[in-house]
Design a protein around this ligand. Structure first.
Ligand SMILES: Cc1ncc(COP(=O)(O)O)c(C=O)c1O
Length: 432
């Protein structure tokens, strides 16, 4: 283990080439820095890549989600079904407009929203069994599924559920570009963003599957929704700066109290070239996922994501789930030692109902969302990024396998004591 200590594998390293650098330099030289021709081109090319009619480039996925629910008319006091297993953004944008997120549990293996629990939550609401501030009369208007790690939720089931309950669907596709699904092997693939929701929202944050540093995109088939999101992304002005200064004249009207969510041409310049390589980078992540799955296949102390022939997975995340009963250490201790051994990792996520704001404001109890409560304690996201070198992949597989063997309750020499000694030594920084 002493040797692996030196090989530091970061959780993520972006893959940026001379093409991105050259494009940003060209944008700088052009003198047009904010939203302009590169943003327009990025929108057109992204819409084509996902098979959508309209794309609105924004400065984050959070902005895209916010504008989507605003355009769909979310009003204060209305409720929206949001998975508890997600990042802050998915629920906070409901709060921005005074909406009430009803947290929904997840499927154990994928971490994706469980529609059966969504149905149970609606039933509980209508029966007056949900806690204050929810009331039996609270209107549920929408659902925001998240494609956790880039493995798509079945959008047709979500659509059917939404149609039955009269809900709109905004897809949090922060992890899901490029990703596709099909109902079965006989059906054609459908891309995430290709009519899979009323609005699909993507992220180009620094460590996402493609990046613009910070950035996002909202795509839709509905021209009126696209127009509203575009308007609200720039102060509610009737014409953007590019239109005004590229020959349209200085004048504009404020027609709504909008936000400041536009993407810059510098960022779009990066995005244009990331977009060109999106599938190549996805294939590389898929190869890394296959290597991990193979390396960990015989290890009883952990579970890896299952294979699904009806998904083209974006592989933004590679979550392993530790089998707590087979190990003598906790997930947090396991992460500490991984860190000491030079392997960057993360956790996706501490579910929303276990954060102070959602506990205090909505009084969710851990038992209200039992699957997420149990699963998150054993989750670890391993590094998976296209710029990962072969020696880095080998380091991750070697260190994870080694730690599982050392901490295994099934190990021959007094397993828990051996594990504890190793943890103590590793945390103290001693060679192990
Ligand atoms: C599921 C999910 N939704 C939304 C976001 C927000 O994306 P952004 O940082 O582009 O606003 C993230 C960011 O990590 C995310 O993981």
């Amino acid at each position: 283990m002493t040797e692996s200590r030196q090989s530091v594998v970061p959780y993520f390293r972006p893959e940026l080439t001379d093409a991105e650098i050259h494009e940003v330099v060209e944008a700088l030289k052009s003198g047009w820095l904010t939203s302009g021709p590169r943003v327009k081109k990025f929108e057109e090319q992204f819409a084509r890549a996902v098979g959508a009619s309209h794309a609105v480039a924004l400065n984050s996925c959070t902005a895209a989600l916010h504008l989507a629910v605003e355009a769909l008319g979310l009003r204060s006091g209305e409720a929206v079904l949001v998975p508890t297993m997600t990042f802050a953004a998915t629920a906070e944008i409901v709060r921005y407009l005074g909406g009430l997120p009803i947290l929904v549990d997840c499927e154990p293996e994928t971490g994706n929203l469980d529609l059966a629990d969504a149905a149970r939550k609606i039933e509980a609401l209508r029966a007056g069994r949900l806690q204050d501030p929810f009331r039996a009369s609270t209107r549920v208007v929408g659902i925001i599924p998240v494609h956790v790690g880039g493995r798509m939720v079945d959008p047709s089931s979500v659509r059917a559920f939404a149609a039955k309950e009269n809900l709109w669907v905004v897809e949090d596709a922060a992890h899901a570009f490029p990703a596709s699904w099909r109902p079965d092997a006989m059906s054609p693939w459908q891309r995430c963003g290709e009519k899979t929701a009323d609005v699909s929202c993507f992220s180009f944050y620094a460590n996402k599957t493609i990046t613009t540093g910070e950035g996002g995109m909202a795509v839709t088939e509905d021209a009126a929704l696209a127009d509203r999101m575009r308007l609200m992304s720039l102060h509610g002005l009737s014409r953007d700066a590019w239109e005004r200064y590229s020959g349209g004249g200085w004048d504009y009207r404020i027609v709504a109290p909008g936000y400041k969510y536009n993407l810059t041409d510098l960022a779009a310049g990066i995005g244009l070239h990331q977009l060109e390589r999106a599938e190549t980078m996805r294939v590389r992540r898929e190869e890394i996922a296959a290597r991990y799955r193979e390396a960990f296949s015989g290890i009883d102390e952990l579970e890896v994501p299952g294979d699904d022939p009806d998904r083209i997975h974006a592989w933004h995340l590679f979550p392993i789930r530790l089998r707590e009963s087979a190990l003598s250490v906790t997930r947090d201790e396991f992460i500490e030692v991984l860190k000491k051994e030079g392997i960057g990792c993360s956790v996706h996520w501490r579910p929303l109902h276990l954060h102070p704001y959602y506990q205090e404001t909505f009084r969710w109890a851990p038992s209200d969302l039992p699957v997420a409560t149990a699963e998150w304690r054993r989750l670890i996201s391993l590094p998976i990024f296209p710029a990962m070198r072969e020696d880095e992949i080998a380091s991750v597989t070697r260190v994870v396998s080694d730690l599982c063997a050392r901490y295994s309750r099934g190990a021959s020499q007094s397993p828990s004591r051996a594990g504890q000694t190793f943890v103590a030594a590793a945390l103290a920084g001693e060679p192990s």
